[in-house]
Ligand binder design. Structure first.
Ligand code: AMP
Length: 232
């Protein structure tokens, strides 16, 4: 696909999965290959927290505790973002929707914009998730992700690109990770069924796969699905 889009191929691709399932890593690979803007509600919320604006102050403690931010706040963020011209040919959503209400609204937004919804579920074992998230480190300057066990930086504790001291995300502490998984099970899991019944839906096991292989599989599915859609 390499970023080439025909009007019939306008898509909203949703990367769906528990925290630590590799949505962010896949999003980075897919954005390059599909040429769609990456919209991550987690990243947007963290930007507001860093700015220290009203929204940032409102959501900081909720995120720190591993709970979900109220629907109306994230829906507003996503709606504003989708209204920008770069999202007209489509979008890659990462971390949204996370509740049935968000999913319903997204269905409406996609329909109104002529975007076909394609949902990819990254299934990952919870033990693998905990290992990934407790070892996760992030560069505060460029956002590059590392893992002290699985993908360590060249110089311990320093970003390969920026040389900055790597940090632990506030919500990657073990007790908070547990709460994020509880929130996922209770509020986000039901969204899977909702989508499976309504839109094109693809499930892949991302527990022990190389990100590049997983990305190949996802791109193949997207291409096939879009082609089939055009033919019918
Ligand atoms: P993420 O980076 O996607 O793991 O998101 C980090 C945190 O931001 C989550 O644990 C939630 O507290 C909040 N968040 C991100 N996206 C959403 C969403 N769609 N709905 C509610 N809260 C969200």
């Amino acid at each position: 696909m390499n970023g080439e889009h025909s009007p019939q191929a306008f898509q909203a691709v949703v990367l769906f999965g528990p925290p630590g399932s590799g949505k962010g890593t896949q999003a980075k690979l897919l954005v390059e290959r599909l040429g769609l803007p990456h919209v991550s509600t987690g990243d947007m919320l963290r930007e507001h927290i860093q700015l220290g604006d009203a929204l940032g102050l409102q959501v900081r403690e909720v995120i720190k505790a591993g709970n979900l931010v109220p629907d109306e706040l994230v829906i507003r963020l996503v709606e504003e973002r989708l209204n920008r011209p770069d999202c007209r040919p489509g979008v890659l959503l990462d971390g949204f929707p996370r509740t049935i209400d968000q999913a319903r609204i997204l269905l409406g937004m996609a329909e109104g914009r002529g975007l076909r919804l394609l949902v990819i579920h990254l299934k990952v074992d919870y033990d693998v998730i905990t290992a990934r998230l407790t070892g996760r480190r992030i560069c505060p300057q460029c956002g590059t992700l590392y893992n002290i066990r699985l993908k360590p930086p060249i110089v311990p504790g320093r970003c390969n690109i920026e040389g900055a001291r790597l940090i632990v995300r506030e919500d990657d502490k073990e007790s908070v990770i547990r709460q994020r998984l509880v929130a996922y099970d209770a509020q986000t899991m039901p969204v899977l069924q909702f989508f499976a019944e309504r839109v094109d839906f693809f499930e892949v096991d991302g527990s022990n796969r190389k990100p590049e292989d997983l990305s190949d599989e996802i791109v193949n599915w997207i291409q096939t699905t879009v082609q089939e859609g055009k033919a019918s």
